[in-house]
Structures are given as structure tokens and as C-alpha cells.
Design a protein around this ligand. Structure first.
Ligand code: MG
Length: 403
């Protein structure tokens, strides 16, 4: 292993430093599609924060990435963000006790000279760095990141596992419905009980048999969520909602454009099932607008904001506090992502659950073999940080980045 399991060195005499920050673009595997995009050409920025702390003769390194379903942000990192961090005095990046790095300060410095609003790709660039700081801090403490998050944000202990569903159910270029069946059966064999499938990529009359096939495999509608990825206009969303209402599905995800809060509200007024959205809102303010204008129901609808797409965990926690001020529960949060970082996030912050991508989006998607899945709940391993070193396909890329 490149990175140590436990940090055993004595406390540093001087201020600890980040001595290098590296980034690389990695490709995602899998020629699958939803109603809007094909993921074949999607990329991710993998970032390494290399500290001057050593454990078992090797530098302690924090890794992060900017989630799934978009693109790497190497240019923004190289041209705008990394030069700002290179200029900052080391003491600005350490936490008050000097025992780790200050993820909030790091994100703040990364955003110097950036105007408010217009949260686009830079939100993912900052996120990759901010998440790497949490990985680094947890490794310095020799503990899984969810424990570091619980302590930092003062979240009550709530066990070591969290509900998980398998996200997938994509459209395939050939034999799509048969492959959907095979895919869900494969997830079931792995131990998943609940699933999410895509809708809106075909005509309604072709989507309904896909939903019925998925419900038949799961055994009931409340184990199947459907995701339109923002594909529908209002009329189409209402038509789909009316068509799926009898199946009593777990939720109807991103029916329309993620920023069309009016559409979301009108749809919710006419649909008795739960609606899920938020993965394409990248900031506290965008999320607040969903809370203000989107019609989301207390205790019922699902929020899916993803720290990997929206400035990292510090911003995500601000969103959680806002949700609670509006009267929502954090158990209504199921962050988009389906990877180890968001598993630690969901467990550490006491969210409702998380998704998994067991079959697609490698090397980022899904969990490591050391995670345990029992009765529809998943537990991370005891590996320090996010445990990304245990992702077999990802580990060689991490080594390449830091060696
Ligand atoms: Mg989605």
C-alpha cells in the first residue's frame, strides 16, 4: 500500500503543510445512457493533496474527485484555483488545533476573485479539492472519514451502516429491456433490494414495460425509483406522473429541468408519490431556491444535492442546515453519486441513505469489496479516509498520480 493505514508519527513541531497538489483526468467506463446523455465520454478530475506528514515512511495524501456524470475540471484547477492555493501561507490552511487541514478555508481560498452565482464547473473543481482535504484529515487521524465528519459537524452516533439502493437501469444500445432485467437481477444477487432505473429515453409506451419489469423483479413499487434526468417539459412530466402513479414507486426523480422550480411545484401538486431532485443544484443558494419555490413536501420528497458537484462537504453541510431551518429532515437526503465519498458523507452526516453504481462508472462508481452489504444497508470498511485505496481499479491511478 502506498498510503498508511494508521498515522503513528508524533505531533509535528512545525505547521503541517500541503507540499503539492496534483490532478489528473480519468475516463469513466461504460457505454450507457439516460434520457439526456451518454456517459461514454464523461471524465472525472482525481485530485491529490500531498502533505508533509509521513506515516510508515510514506507521505500522507488526501484524494478527492468531482463525482460522476459530468466532466473533469483540470483546466479550471490548473489555471485558476491551484495558483491561488500556491500563494497562500501554510498556516491559513491548517485547522485551529494544527492537527489537520481546514477544508472550509481551502475552498474559500480556491474561490478568491470568483463572483457569486453562476455555479457551474468551478463548483466541481473546488469540490474535488475540498473532498481531498477531508480524506487527508481522516487519514491523519487514522480513521474512516465518516467518523471525522461526525466529530467535526457534531452529528450523533448512528451505527456503521446506511440504507443503499442500486442505481442503474440505463438504456443500452441493443436488447435494452432484456439487459435491464439482467442488470437488476445481478444487483439483486449482490444483495441490493431497491433499484433506480432511467425513464424518458423512450416513448412512454416503451418505458412502462421497463418499469413493470423492474417492479416485478423488486417485488413491489416502493423498491423502484425512476429517474427522468430532467428530460420532460411540464406536460410530459404530468403525463408520466399520471402513468406511474398506480405503481406507487419509491420516487420520481428530476422530472424536468433542475432549475425549473415551478415545474417541480406544479408536478408535486398533482402527484401523490415522492419526487426527488437536487443533484444538479451546485450551491447553497440554488438549493434554497428549490426549498422556497419547488414545492418539496416536508418528510416526503427527496433532496439529492451532491457535494462532489457543489463545492464539497462544507457547502453541503450549509445546505443541510438550511433544509432543517425550512423544516425538512436530513433523512430526506440521498446524495447523488454512488461512490465511496458519498457513502462516508451519508453515514457521517446522518442522511437517509445513499446510492450505489455496482455495475457502471468504474473506476469511480460503486464501493470497494471491503464494504459490507447486509439487508439493504451498506457499511464502509475501517480503511482511513474514504477508503479509495481499496477500489481496485482506482488504486493504480492514485499511485500514478502521486509517484
Ligand atoms: Mg439522477
Amino acid at each position: 500500500m502506498l498510503l498508511a493505514i494508521k498515522y503513528t508519527a508524533a505531533l509535528p513541531r512545525a505547521i503541517m503543510r500541503i507540499v503539492d497538489i496534483r490532478e489528473v483526468t480519468i475516463n469513466l467506463k461504460g457505454g450507457v445512457s439516460n434520457a439526456i446523455v451518454n456517459f461514454h465520454k464523461h471524465t472525472v478530475s482525481l485530485v491529490a493533496l500531498i502533505s508533509d506528514q509521513f506515516s510508515e515512511g510514506k507521505p500522507v495524501v488526501g484524494f478527492g474527485f468531482n463525482s460522476i456524470g459530468r466532466f473533469a475540471q483540470g483546466e479550471i484547477l490548473r489555471e485558476r484555483i491551484l495558483p491561488r492555493l500556491a500563494e497562500v501561507a501554510p498556516e491559513k490552511l491548517v485547522n485551529r488545533s494544527g492537527s489537520g487541514f481546514n477544508a472550509e478555508a481551502l475552498a474559500q481560498i480556491a474561490m478568491q476573485n470568483e463572483k457569486p452565482g453562476g455555479h457551474g464547473d468551478r463548483a466541481g473543481a473546488v469540490a474535488a479539492l475540498e473532498l481531498a482535504a477531508w480524506d487527508l484529515n481522516a487519514k491523519l487521524l487514522g480513521e474512516p472519514a465518516y467518523k471525522t465528519l461526525r466529530r467535526h459537524f457534531d452529528v450523533a452516533e448512528s451505527g456503521v451502516s446506511i440504507p443503499v439502493y442500486a442505481a442503474g437501469g440505463y438504456y443500452y444500445p441493443k436488447d435494452s429491456t432484456k439487459r435491464l432485467n439482467d442488470e437488476l437481477l445481478r444487483y439483486q444477487e449482490l444483495g441490493y433490494h431497491s433499484f433506480k432505473i432511467k425513464v424518458g429515453g423512450y416513448e412512454l409506451r416503451e418505458d412502462i414495460p421497463r418499469i413493470e419489469a423492474a417492479v416485478a423483479i423488486a417485488g413491489c413499487g416502493d423498491k423502484i425509483a425512476v429517474d427522468a434526468n430532467g428530460r420532460f417539459d411540464l406536460q410530459e412530466a404530468l403525463t408520466m406522473a399520471a402513468a406511474i402513479e398506480p405503481y406507487k414507486l419509491r420516487w420520481f426523480e428530476e422530472p424536468g429541468d433542475p432549475l425549473d422550480f415551478d415545474l417541480n411545484r406544479i408536478l408535486i401538486e398533482s402527484y401523490s408519490g415522492s419526487v426527488a431532485t437536487g443533484e444538479n443544484l451546485f450551491s447553497l443558494m440554488d438549493s434554497k431556491n428549490l426549498m422556497r419555490f419547488g414545492g418539496m413536501r416536508l418528510g416526503k420528497d427527496i433532496f439529492q444535492m451532491d457535494p462532489g458537484l457543489g463545492y464539497g462537504i462544507t457547502e453541503y453541510h450549509r445546505i443541510l442546515k438550511a433544509l432543517e431551518e425550512f423544516g425538512y429532515q436530513r433523512k430526506q437526503c440521498y446524495p447523488h453519486g454512488g461512490h465511496l465519498i458519498n457513502l462516508h458523507l451519508a453515514l457521517g452526516l446522518g442522511l437517509g441513505g445513499c446510492e450505489a453504481y455496482p455495475g457502471v462508472f468504474q473506476p469511480i462508481g460503486g464501493y470497494s469489496a471491503q464494504c459490507s452489504l447486509v439487508d439493504g444497508k451498506i457499511a464502509p470498511s475501517d480503511a482511513p479516509g474514504f477508503g479509495l485505496e481499496q477500489k481496485q481499479e482506482l488504486y493504480p491511478l492514485m499511485c500514478e498520480l502521486v509517484n
